[in-house]
Ligand binder design. Structure first.
Ligand SMILES: Cc1cc2nc3c(=O)[nH]c(=O)nc-3n(C[C@H](O)[C@H](O)[C@H](O)COP(=O)(O)OP(=O)(O)OC[C@H]3O[C@@H](n4cnc5c(N)ncnc54)[C@H](O)[C@@H]3O)c2cc1C
Length: 309
């Protein structure tokens, strides 16, 4: 695998664990690993062979056109055979555009990548997570986006060289008027390692605040919810997990009073460990749970919160 380019996500210059995951996976696949950091970043802290940084007024806030231009410039510079990005909202926007601009193929949302017979094979969940299929991309470069928490991040290794990349953006047709920060400072669900979710059974916003948020806080988890809980106004849509919410891939997912409808499973089925709490022993969620507690969440959740504290 001669050359891999990574779109490295960072938060105010600090590389996210998702970027470290992609570098670790790229190292495993072999070859030269280059990374692109868009926005203000020193480029340090990422164990890639080369970190390209792109900064300037057009790159301060995410905007599709300048970001695609930066990616295209990085591709022109390092001529990669493989391009990797984290499957998040930004990548969903820019990577298909980059693929179209380069006239190459891409596979989104993989949970596994491996080298096989000179090609890279990605594994993607399909049919709402009911099946997994292996996909190769015949073009060069091939583009893959990977779900957060799919690989083990590498931290601490010495950084390679850092180079500022000059990008000619051209006319930008879109203006970002305002960026709204998330209402809480918990880890975004899509990147969270620990998630505690509540369903219709919490009964009210107060129930959600009294059962789900304290349990989540006790273990440093991000709170999530089923659509039934969101539609009933118990919590904001940003916390919805599932087909029409966020797709998550945590190490631990605790589902409290959630039945396990296919549309909910579509968003959390690849979680490494699933714990379900439900008073109905026949609830479908138990078929997918690593551990199940048959009981009332109004009793179990406070007990669990106290125990975990
Ligand atoms: C196009 C489409 C898209 C959708 N997208 C999504 C999506 O993104 N995410 C999503 O979640 N859903 C989605 N849905 C809705 C989905 O089909 C389900 O209706 C929803 O997931 C149900 O939420 P729930 O499990 O909280 O509620 P319910 O299905 O009503 O289940 C509540 C569960 O709580 C248990 N329970 C009740 N009281 C207690 C108690 N005191 N203690 C313990 N357990 C208790 C019950 O036994 C039950 O299993 C979508 C539906 C459609 C049609």
């Amino acid at each position: 695998m001669p050359g891999i380019l990574i779109l490295a996500d960072h938060d105010a210059g600090i590389f996210k664990s998702t970027a470290l995951e992609l570098v670790a996976k790229a190292r495993e696949l072999g070859g030269t690993v280059s990374a692109l950091a868009i926005g203000t970043s020193s480029g340090e802290g990422l164990p890639a062979d080369l970190v390209l940084t792109v900064d300037g007024p057009e790159f301060g806030t995410f905007n599709t056109e300048p970001w695609v231009a930066a990616l295209a410039a990085a591709v022109a510079k390092v001529q990669p055979d493989l391009i990797l990005a984290t499957a998040n909202m930004v990548a969903r926007d820019v990577m298909p555009r980059l693929a179209a601009r380069l006239g190459v193929g891409m596979a989104a949302d993989v949970v596994e990548l491996r080298a096989e017979g000179g090609a890279v094979v990605g594994r993607r969940p399909v049919y709402a997570g009911k099946a997994l299929f292996d996909v190769t991309v015949k073009s060069s470069p091939a583009i893959f986006t990977a779900r957060p928490n799919s690989f083990v991040p590498t931290a601490g290794a010495a950084p390679g060289g850092v180079e500022a990349l000059v990008v000619s953006v051209g006319v930008v047709q879109t203006t970002v008027v305002e960026t709204l920060a998330p209402s809480s400072n918990v880890v975004d669900l899509t990147e969270a390692h620990l998630i505690v979710s509540g369903g219709r059974a919490v009964k009210s916003a107060e129930g959600f605040d009294q059962l789900i948020r304290p349990l989540a806080a006790a273990i440093g988890a991000s709170p999530g919810a089923s659509r039934a809980a969101v539609d009933a106004g118990f919590c904001p849509h940003g916390e919805q997990v599932g087909q029409t919410g966020k797709v998550v891939n945590p190490s631990l997912y605790i589902a409290c009073g959630i039945s396990g409808a296919i549309q909910h499973l579509a968003g959390m089925r690849t979680s490494k460990v699933i714990v379900a709490i439900n008073k109905d022993p026949d609830a479908p969620i138990f078929q997918f749970a690593s551990y199940g507690i048959v009981g009332d969440i109004f009793t179990i959740c406070p007990m669990l919160t106290e125990a975990l504290k």
